[in-house]
Design a protein around this ligand. Structure first.
Ligand SMILES: *Cc1c(COP(=O)(O)O)cnc(C)c1O
Length: 349
């Protein structure tokens, strides 16, 4: 028992289910389409001997490709092993105050885990009854701010005016906007990073770029913020990005036509799902993401979750008090969405 007294104990984040079973998998917001076609070719041509060497520690090719695509300097781009790694490093680098950091009470459930593991004090700010952020909650003194836009798991997109208002009220904190779902209809806060030195925007290849398995995330901000992030990275692990990511990441981001085609298809399917789910009596906040957060007044969410599971359809349910009546349903292909709606039609009379 004695040695266990000194353990850093945490209650870990619970990732969504992954399975080899043949199911309709619309539970973890992955892209239902494959990565850009050039990625397949590059993987086939990858020289396995290149794996003998360490990857480039600065991940130059990937950083340069991202900078070029978004019209930024390479010194404004930081890359990590998925945006989870990027955000975790950002917590370590930027949230180092005795004052609490702020994030919404209903949001990505990793934020309180990182805060706990790094011993960062935090205070959750309650969303209003429609799951909207109340900007004035973020005017109080704090040690930093983070929230996703669109928010997860609600899918709600808040305007850039609101983001800018919050950043303006917080010149003494780093404000992080987690844009994991920005490519499904919202306008990115990237443009604001040139105006505010303390604003960090984080994005990922996992959702809109169909590469969750590759683990590529990135942050864009002022050169100062990016330098501080790199200082932490080089103090934890110099080689976060593996050689394969460095080869195929740039290929994925350069194929803009394919990216627009697949995100466009997902948006179209999402809008169809909204109509069908409404017709079945579901209600949901309007989503600008690749998922819909839906509730039904006559059917228990856990019962629906179980019913769909029996019909080989995986969706996500969270147990928190404010969200337990909801299912988070990822937008799949048209075929997957039709199968979901057909299954629900059999259950909901
Ligand atoms: C999916 C997700 C992430 C992390 O994704 P990575 O695969 O680690 O890039 C970060 N934030 C939110 C809100 C997400 O939903």
């Amino acid at each position: 028992m004695s040695w266990e007294r000194n353990i850093r104990r945490v209650v870990p984040y619970t990732p969504g289910e992954q399975t080899n079973e043949k199911v309709i998998k619309i539970n973890t917001n992955e892209c239902p389409y494959p990565p850009a076609p050039g990625v397949e070719k590059a993987l086939k041509e990858l020289n396995y001997e290149s794996l003998r060497l360490y990857p480039k520690p600065a991940a130059d090719d990937l950083v340069n490709a991202i900078a070029k695509y978004y019209g930024k300097k390479s010194s404004q781009v930081f890359v990590g092993v998925g945006s989870d790694d990027v955000i975790s490093m950002a917590f370590l680098a930027f949230f180092n105050s005795d004052k609490p950091i702020f994030f919404p009470d209903v949001t990505y459930s990793f934020y309180d885990v990182w805060a706990d593991v790094y011993r960062i004090p935090y205070e959750k700010q309650a969303l209003d009854e429609n799951f909207r952020i109340k900007p004035e909650d973020y005017y109080k003194e704090n040690g930093g701010i983070i929230f996703p836009n669109p928010n997860a798991p609600t899918g709600i997109y808040e305007s850039l005016d609101m983001i800018e208002d919050i950043v303006k009220h917080n010149p003494d904190s780093v404000v992080i906007i987690d844009e994991a779902y920005i490519d499904f209809g919202g306008e990115s806060a990237l443009a604001l990073t040139d105006k505010y030195e303390n604003l960090l925007v984080v994005q990922t290849f996992s959702k809109s770029r169909a590469m969750a398995g590759m683990r590529i995330g990135f942050a864009i901000g002022s050169e100062k913020l990016i330098k501080y992030l790199n200082d932490i990275k080089y103090s934890v692990n110099s080689y976060t990005m593996n050689t394969t990511s460095l080869v195929i990441g740039p290929i994925a981001i350069e194929d803009d036509a394919y990216f627009k085609e697949t995100t466009g298809k997902i948006i179209k399917t999402r809008e169809w799902m909204k109509k069908e789910l409404s017709a079945l009596g579901f209600t949901f906040p309007d989503s600008l993401s690749n998922f819909i957060f839906a509730t039904h007044k006559d059917y228990d969410a856990e019962e629906l979750l179980k019913y769909l599971r029996e019909n080989k359809i995986l969706v996500r349910h969270f147990k928190g008090e404010r969200v337990k009546d909801y299912l988070r349903i990822s937008v799949g292909t048209d075929e997957q969405a039709s199968a979901l709606i057909e299954a629900l039609k059999k259950k909901i009379k």
